[in-house]
Ligand binder design. Sequence first.
Ligand SMILES: [Mg+2]
Length: 371
Amino acid sequence: MRIQSVEPFILHAPIARGAISDSTNSISHWGIVGARITTSDGLTGYGFTGTHAHLASDRLITACIRDCYAPLLEGEDAMDGERLWLKLARYPPIQWVGRAGIVHLALAALDIALWDLRAKRAGMPLWKMLGGATSARLEAYNTDVGWLSITRDKLVSGCAKAVEEDGFKRIKLKVGHAEPMIDIGRIEAVRARLGDTVTIAVDANGKWDLPTCKRFCGRAQGLDIVWIEEPMWYDDVHAHAELAASASVPIALGEQLYTADAFQTFLDMDAVHYVQPDVTRLGGITEYIRVADAAHGRRRPVVAHVGDMGQVHVHLSFWHPATTMLEYIPWIRDCFAEPILVTDGAYALPETPGAGCTPTEQALRDYAQPL
Ligand SMILES: [Mg+2]
């Protein structure tokens, strides 16, 4: 299975519900930035990272794929997993200019495409090739109902619809106002409407500082919040360790961490309870597995962040024994040959060979951006 060509692409898919915001990000499109890898035996693998659909920075990723990594892959055997990951990630001139950021987003897309190829060659969905599903039910928690840009009344009615009509049992609400009591009021309104049986997580997207978090967590007692996600600046392991030791709300994080080493530091410092790796940022599936295994070694649940909107993570989540739950944001599902599917609050097991990231011809045509 020799690699013949590596061709980057950029797709900008509009968000069905229109523009959304959390405490840090405001977006109207999701960027699907990746590569198609073709092999000598006629197979085609796809991999991508997720972006804010900012064309100038998306082009930095595709330039890294095309100019830096593609020449290292062409002619190689796509079956070589760890060896190819190390060849790309540890190539000295590229490592010199980036052990995170753009370089890792490009590496992620290529590593995912290689796994997609291996699973297609095996004739199995990725979860099956990795060793089979370890959980019969993969719970979906709905993030798309809880954006900060949704008014309080619409937040309550939207969450009620997701629970009562669509069957979700778990939701996530964005927080991060300068005055955290505004967030407490929104959560109280949702909790009062939904009752005690629905699981509620909150996500501050790195916005707050330690005193604000302590104040928020104090006022949140009694609201049964399953976790507070990215409460503070992403890399501040000491602040997270102190919050984890002092607050009653468990901490979730990981979507902004680029390496297994970064996760290990948070685990070693007891600064994270729910571990949230993302293949699209971590350098792909190869590094994701290292993170999930490390978390499992500490008996910490792994709940992936879906920069891929779940297309790849659904496979990893059904397979990995540390995972029983996965985020749900259905923005780009129509872009893929086998879209993620959630029924009655649980993910369907994918059936098609591959890693779930083959775009439709229509998506490749309608959402393509110039490289
Ligand atoms: Mg988040």
